[in-house]
Each structure stands twice: as C-alpha cells, then as structure tokens.
Design a protein around this ligand. Structure first.
Ligand code: FAD
Ligand code: SF4
Length: 333
C-alpha cells in the first residue's frame, strides 16, 4: 500500500474543502482499502468522513425517506420503516456481503464501489477501465461477467443497494463546495463503459454524496430483492433481482423489475415489467417475466448459466414480493 495522509473531518464543509488535488473520500473503507491494498488505487490523501454526524441517520419525511450517506447496510436492513414499507431495500442491504462488512459498509460507499472484475482489481492488469485499450475478460475468465448490454466492458454492476434503489425511483444528493447541491436519480448515476470507460458514476472528484432520497411508495406497493451467489454468503451476486409491484387488489397496476449482475450498469427490464403490468400476479406471470427479462441476452464463453439463473431469481422475487412465496433459504446473505 502506498503512503498517504489522512484528513479526519467532522463537518460536510470541512470534508468538501479537503476534496482537491486527487484526495479521495473514505467512508467505511471496505472497498477503498481493498483497492489500496491490491494497488489498484493509490491516493496520496484520504478524506475520512466517518465522523461527520450530519451524514448519519434515517429520517421519514412527508415526501418519503432520507437516508444519510453514512447509514450502514445493517442499519438500513434493520430499520422498522424500511422493513415494512421498502422491503426491497431491507432485503438488498441485508443480503450484501457478511454481517461484519454490513456493520462497516455505508450506503454511499456501497453505491459508489467500482466494478469487482478480477482483472480490474489486480494491479497487474491494465485494462480499458484503467485508461488502456484492452479488455481481458472477453477471452479470459468471464464466468461472473455480464450477459447483456456490455459493449466494450462486461464487468457487472456490483451494488446490491443500487438494484433496490433503482426499483424505488430513488435519487442521491451530491454536494460540491464550488457548485452546491444537485440531485441525481439512481437511473442516471452510473456511467456505461462505452460512454466513458474510466468513469463509473457521474460523481465528480470534488463532490460528496450526502444522502439518498426515496419517494413514498404508492398505495398497495409490495416489494422484494433476492440475491443468488456462488456461495451462500461473503460474496457478490451472480444473479439478483429487485421487484416493486403496485397492486390494486389482485391486479398489478405497475411493476418495476431491476437486475444488477446482468450488465455493467443496474438496469430495469421493460419486457419483464410488461409481463406483470395489468395482470394478476400468478406463477405463470412470474415465470413469463423471468423469461422476458432475458430477451437480447448474449452470454460470454463461461457465463451462459446466468441466462438460466436470472429467470429463476426474477420468478422467485416476484412471488416473494406478492406474498406468495416464503424467503428462499438458498438466496445468499
Ligand atoms: C467479501 C465481500 C462481499 C461483498 N458482497 C457484496 C454484495 O453482495 N453486495 C454489495 O452491494 N456489496 C458487496 N460488497 C461490497 C461492500 O458492500 C462495499 O465495499 C461497501 O458497501 C463499501 O462501502 P464503504 O462505506 O466501506 O465504502 P468505501 O470503501 O469507504 O468507499 C467506496 C467508494 O466510494 C467512495 N465514497 C464512499 N462514500 C462516499 C461519499 N459519501 N461521497 C463520495 N464518495 C464516497 C470512496 O471514495 C470509494 O471510492 C462485498 C464486499 C466484500 C469484501
Ligand atoms: S471486464 Fe471491464 S473491468 Fe474487466 S478487464 Fe474488461 S474492461 Fe477491465
């Protein structure tokens, strides 16, 4: 690991004033220190935001929910209002990583973690996402990579919370000392590698993510998230799904189907949503949604298994959201 200086901040303004000359934010540090230890990232200065109390807490407002950037995955997954009204988010945060990582990991850091591709995470491989012109995954070990919409880089979106927050139509608040505050919807937060291979999100180096805003769910909303991994715990998803159903009695008025580990940027599946919207939620509709979500999939040499896994993940998560299935004990978390 390279030598670095640490600026320990207790206010947002203090942290913003430090964010210059290549300084990097450290929240829980789970992802950042991992990249520093393996040499992928070598910042000269870290700005520690963990002691900024204004970035903590989960607050119910008349518009919905405001979650501070430093809320941990454990705090979010165990929050009584989130468990009751935003179940998809409680599921997603509660199934990421392991209990001790969830106690350290913050929602801001979880949303902003770069891809987990093992070539990207090794200092020995200089790929497209490090500003070079080559991707090692296409002809290499690509079993955990994308099956759709990958263009030049098939590393998948790693954040479980992003899959849930996309489903909930959430936005993040970004603040810079020079330009002030802006709200960015989760759907616009991530940068596709074809648009800019070295930029993972639209956040600028002088910006701090200060919170996540989630609108109040419409009446009759039910939701769920499920993650399937190679191991039951301690790993990222190989297939995951988020489902939000707005129900009128037995009929689904509006459906949102989201996926993470299918593509480089978290995505909705309009094809799957069309199979659920305006219909009663049945096993047949849930299966049709799962199948429809795989339209256009172009798996790589080692990951065709994902084309079978995603439909099952979606089928089960739809039935779970609709209250027609118990939690699958084999779903990772
Ligand atoms: C074994 C293992 C399994 C895992 N499984 C999963 C999983 O299943 N699902 C999942 O989603 N994740 C998983 N993770 C990833 C883990 O959840 C993330 O590393 C963690 O959430 C990052 O949060 P953090 O607070 O530690 O972020 P940090 O490491 O502190 O920061 C991450 C990045 O975000 C930036 N950053 C952080 N906060 C801010 C802010 N407020 N403003 C601006 N920039 C900021 C940092 O500069 C850094 O680039 C796993 C990790 C491990 C080690
Ligand atoms: S998949 Fe993306 S991150 Fe991985 S080696 Fe290829 S370009 Fe780099």
């Amino acid at each position: 690991m390279n030598a670095f200086t640490l600026a320990d901040c207790t206010t947002v303004d203090g942290a913003l004033s430090q964010l210059k000359d290549g300084a990097v934010v450290k929240a829980g540090g789970v992802d950042l220190l991992d990249r520093m230890k393996n040499g992928t990232t070598q910042p000269e200065k870290l700005v520690n935001i963990r002691n900024i109390s204004a970035l903590r807490g989960i607050e119910e407002t008349d518009k919905g929910l405001k979650i501070g950037a430093l809320a941990t995955l454990t705090e979010i997954s165990e929050h009584p209002v989130i468990r009751k009204q935003y179940q998809i988010l409680s599921d997603a945060c509660g199934s990421a990583a392991t209990p001790h990582i969830r106690n350290m990991a913050t929602v801001g850091g979880n949303l902003l973690q770069p891809v987990q591709c093992w070539y990207y995470r090794s200092a020995e491989f200089q790929c497209l996402r490090k500003g070079k012109d080559f991707c090692f995954a296409f002809n290499g070990l690509n079993q955990y990579h994308a099956i759709m919409d990958y263009g030049t880089c098939p590393a998948v979106a790693p954040s479980s919370s992003a899959v849930a927050l996309l489903g909930l139509n959430a936005a993040v608040e970004l603040v810079s000392a020079k330009r002030g505050k802006r709200l960015v919807a989760i759907k616009d937060l991530y940068v596709h590698p074809d648009a800019n291979p070295t930029k993972f999100t639209v956040i600028e180096p002088d910006e701090l993510l200060t919170g996540v805003m989630i609108p109040k769910p419409a009446p009759g909303t039910r939701s769920a998230y499920q993650k399937y991994g190679e191991k039951d715990s301690f790993d990222w998803a190989v297939a995951d799904a988020g489902i939000v159903l707005e129900m009128d009695g037995n009929t689904c008025r509006r459906a949102v189907v989201t996926m993470g580990a299918a593509s480089p940027v978290v995505r909705r599946s309009p094809q799957a949503e069309a199979e659920l919207t305006g219909k009663p939620i049945t096993e047949a509709a849930a299966r049709a949604a799962g199948k429809a979500a795989m339209q256009g999939a172009t798996p790589l040499s080692m990951n065709a298994y994902k084309v079978d896994m995603f439909p099952v993940a979606i089928y089960r998560t739809v039935l779970l959201a609709a209250g027609q299935m118990d939690r699958d004990p084999r779903a990772a978390g």
